[in-house]
Design a protein around this ligand. Structure first.
Ligand code: HEC
Length: 98
């Protein structure tokens, strides 16, 4: 029973996207700028993330957070974010022109 409820909660939280809040998205994106450049326009070895699709980025970030995807820095960085915050920041970068 507990498992069923957990699964339902999980499904619900996946199917409802957060409402985009530009200010919050931009604030959160500042924590990425030190490595990925201003607005994700990387000029260093880190990936260029400006203009990446929102859902693509969100699922990559969730994979880092859940340990499904490995990296040198990202796994550590995303641990401090809620899923909703990761979605907000993904919206933000998706709206930047590449
Ligand atoms: C401390 C440096 C650092 C910070 C801060 C950081 N990143 Fe990263 N990011 C990396 C590195 C390095 C990689 C390459 C994968 C790895 O080694 O972890 C990466 C990879 C990624 C990728 C995968 C790109 C691809 O094409 O697969 C995404 C998406 C991403 N970062 C988004 C973000 C977002 C959004 C933030 C802010 C919430 C952020 N990163 C903060 C260093 C950082």
């Amino acid at each position: 029973m507990k498992k069923t409820i957990a699964a339902l909660v999980c499904l619900c939280s996946l199917s409802y996207a957060v409402e985009y809040d530009e200010l919050q998205g931009q604030m959160l994106s500042l924590s990425c700028a030190s490595c990925h450049g201003t607005d994700g326009k990387s000029v260093a070895v880190t990936p260029y993330i400006a203009g990446m699709g929102k859902n693509t980025m969100y699922s990559i970030l969730l994979d880092y957070k859940n340990g499904k995807k490995e990296g040198t820095m990202m796994q550590k960085h995303v641990k401090g974010f809620s899923d909703a915050e990761l979605e907000q920041v993904s919206y933000y970068f998706s709206k930047i022109e590449r």
